[in-house]
Design a binder for this molecule. Structure first.
Ligand code: ZN
Length: 236
């Protein structure tokens, strides 16, 4: 299965052939739908049949096999035949908000010196947990610094490195809980030029300016060594 979002996160639709249909979902030979993973939710959208009928896709999940996803239809949707051609179209407005927030969390992790122990991208908001003692993280200062990085309009780009190269550079892995998937020979690196470099398989905007204004909405103490920093997009 070709995962087209890995080459181009801006693809909103593609044509595809149905390769499997069962209770777990619909499989295609290629897709623009991102499956839930790495703290980013799966895409929703539609599969449009040749006769114009639309199958509403409620969620996208990884399949058991690597590099395979299943498109999970909403309740009571028509199902396609194996071999049918469909147009796979994501809910772009939602995905773009997720891409903006996901990219913003990279900026946040570059600003705060502490290991990331967890995180979640949601529609219009997001959070990261840091392995930090109860130090003063200044909400207003962080909001200013984050918006300055966004306004800096830094280029965002990805490239692949081998498992061996990654193993030689353990400092690249900031996340303690979400280890990058190795064992397939190569790992995708996400670089925000001059700001951040780390393994990530998610979808991102092309330049930080596209994130738009954000605010740190809340900093929570979630335990002795856990600071949860919550962010919200201001421009929806
Ligand atoms: Zn990422």
């Amino acid at each position: 299965m070709d995962l087209l979002f890995r080459q181009d996160a801006y693809l909103r639709e593609c044509t595809a052939i149905v390769t499997g249909v069962d209770a777990e979902g619909i499989r295609l030979d290629q897709t623009v739908f991102y499956p839930m993973g790495g703290g980013q939710p799966g895409d929703s959208g539609q599969l449009i049949l040749a006769d114009g009928r639309a199958i509403e896709i409620a969620d996208t999940l990884k399949d058991q096999e690597p590099n395979t996803v299943r498109h999970v239809p909403a309740a009571d949707q028509p199902l396609p035949d194996v071999g049918a051609q469909v147009t796979a179209r994501i809910d772009w407005a939602r995905r773009h908000r997720l891409m903006r927030m996901h990219t913003c969390l990279h900026l946040l992790s570059a600003l705060i010196k502490g290991d990331v122990t967890g995180g979640q991208v949601s529609d219009g908001k997001g959070r990261l947990d840091f392995n930090l003692p109860e130090t003063v993280l200044d909400k207003e200062q962080l909001t200013r610094d984050l918006n300055a990085l966004i306004a800096g309009d830094h280029e965002v780009r990805s490239r692949w490195i081998s498992d061996e190269e990654l193993a030689a550079k353990p400092e690249l892995v900031r996340t303690m809980s979400v280890k990058p998937p190795t064992g397939q020979g190569q790992v995708r690196l996400l670089e925000i030029v001059g700001v951040d470099l780390q393994p990530c398989g998610g979808t991102h905007v092309a330049r930080t300016g596209e994130i738009g204004r954000v605010e740190i909405s809340k900093i929570e103490n979630k335990g002795k060594m856990n600071r949860r920093v919550n962010i919200a997009l201001i421009d929806l």
